[in-house]
Write a protein that binds this ligand. Structure first.
Ligand SMILES: Cc1ncc(COP(=O)(O)O)c(C=O)c1O
Length: 422
């Protein structure tokens, strides 16, 4: 069978902005390499949309899934439970170190966010308080379902659905220049007594171009929110699992979120899984003799044992000393590379934290996901067997933790060559 033409005929791929005549057919993958049907080995420098942590085909995770499949592949998660879900909830809540005591399972990052929003809104509803508004940060990306789109930045992506998205109060991404204004705006908003929650991607707005902001600024916003009883939702879907150098980016702040959304790296990139965790007082608002106070939310695959087994195996790998050493190595290498590239290309804006490095390439056209550089860079890197999928004119590296110094340097070298003009 000609798989590529069958794919073109029948498969609708996500974010199909590149108008590819055919997709690249991957036969297998190992470590940082994607192996194509025609024998190419492509370095996956973005961890396949930020999901993979320990490398493709990691045998520890693969074995854990296989073993789990032989004992329990799935069971309805209402009225039933199982050890992988219990262990996972227990271990993640402990790692978060912020007093969260309950974990709600779903399937992906968007649903983890939907659950968080519904939890926050129903928390106030159950308490009989009229707090129905959400504050979000301009340019945010929280996923592609309707609630997640509503709290995301209003862009061309969600324009066709604009009239169906609920009303949200936005604050600008804080920086040194605008912070006083942001604080005064935010203070007025949270004092208005109708705000249910403030949702944010802690320290890094991923999809909108790896836009970073200071933990000190976020800390102040969370404390202002808390002073006014506004719940804080940290969307750690991208930043979780050491992407920023700590288990979750919220650990850079003294003030902690009431609700955390996790997904992507949670299973090491093997299985879809979302997790929304919360403080005990949130859960308590749903415990009642009144049946209408129940959280009426659930997905068929909620708490899937295979996904939980993958996540437990991934957590065990994260705890190995070598893994943390390598995460630090990536952060150090990024730091050195950032200095080199900033000196060589002083106009470009370089941002990095932990294992994430972004280069905003300044062109005559404004920074945007639709900047024409996106396509050119994507194809040029692919020709050199490196998968880098720029967010418009923002090029970023988000490697897996098994990458070596030498492999990182190959990516850096190719980036410099490309920025130098190919
Ligand atoms: C911060 C953040 N939240 C939510 C999502 C949505 O996750 P998913 O694509 O798994 O629905 C993403 C995806 O990129 C994300 O970066």
């Amino acid at each position: 069978m000609n798989y590529k033409s069958k794919d073109f005929e029948h498969v609708w791929h996500p974010y199909d902005t590149l108008k590819l005549p055919e997709q690249i057919l991957i036969k297998s993958a190992e470590g940082i390499f994607l192996k194509t049907d025609d024998g190419r080995e492509i370095i996956d420098a973005i961890s396949s949309w930020w999901v993979n942590l320990h490398g493709h085909g990691n045998p520890t995770i693969a074995d854990a899934i296989a073993a789990q499949a032989r004992s329990l592949e799935h069971v309805i998660f209402a009225g039933f439970t199982h050890e992988p879900a219990i262990n996972l909830a227990d271990q993640i809540l402990e790692e978060l170190k912020c007093g969260h005591t309950k974990a709600f399972f779903s399937d992906n990052g968007s649903t983890a966010v939907e659950v968080a929003l519904k939890m926050a809104l129903q928390f106030w509803f159950n308490k009989g308080k009229n707090r129905t508004k959400i504050i979000a940060i301009e340019g945010a990306y929280h996923g592609d379902t309707f609630g997640a789109m509503s709290v995301g930045g209003r862009t061309k992506f969600n324009q066709p659905f604009e009239q169906f998205l609920f009303d949200v109060a936005y604050i600008p991404l804080p920086d040194q220049e605008n912070f006083d204004e942001v604080v005064s705006n935010f203070t007025n908003l949270v004092a208005s007594n109708d705000i249910a929650a403030f949702i944010y991607e802690p320290l890094v707005q991923g999809a909108s171009g790896m836009r970073m902001y200071a933990p000190q600024h976020l800390d102040i916003l969370i404390s202002l929110a808390h002073k006014n009883d506004v719940l804080c939702i940290a969307d750690e879907v991208m930043t979780g699992f050491y992407r920023t150098g700590k288990f979750v980016a919220s650990q850079y702040c003294d003030n902690k979120p009431d609700i955390i959304c996790l997904s992507k790296g949670i299973t090491g990139g093997f299985m879809p899984l979302g997790l929304t965790t919360c403080l005990p007082n949130i859960y308590d608002a749903f415990v009642s003799d009144d049946p209408y106070k129940v959280f009426f939310h659930g997905h068929s695959y909620t708490g899937n044992p295979l996904a939980c087994a993958a996540a437990l195996a991934s957590l065990s790998l994260l705890r190995l000393p070598d893994c943390l050493v390598n995460i630090q190595m990536i952060a150090n290498e990024h730091d050195k590379f950032a200095k080199v590239i900033q000196a060589k290309f002083p106009n470009h804006k370089i941002r990095h934290i932990g294992t994430i490095l972004a280069i905003e390439i300044i062109t005559n056209t404004p920074t945007s996901y639709f900047n024409e550089l996106k396509e050119k860079l994507y194809f040029n890197f692919l020709k050199k067997n490196i998968l880098l999928r720029p967010l418009g004119n923002v090029l970023y590296i988000l490697p897996m933790y098994c990458i070596t110094e030498q492999q990182l340097r190959i990516i850096y070298k190719v980036i410099i060559e490309e920025l130098d003009g190919g």
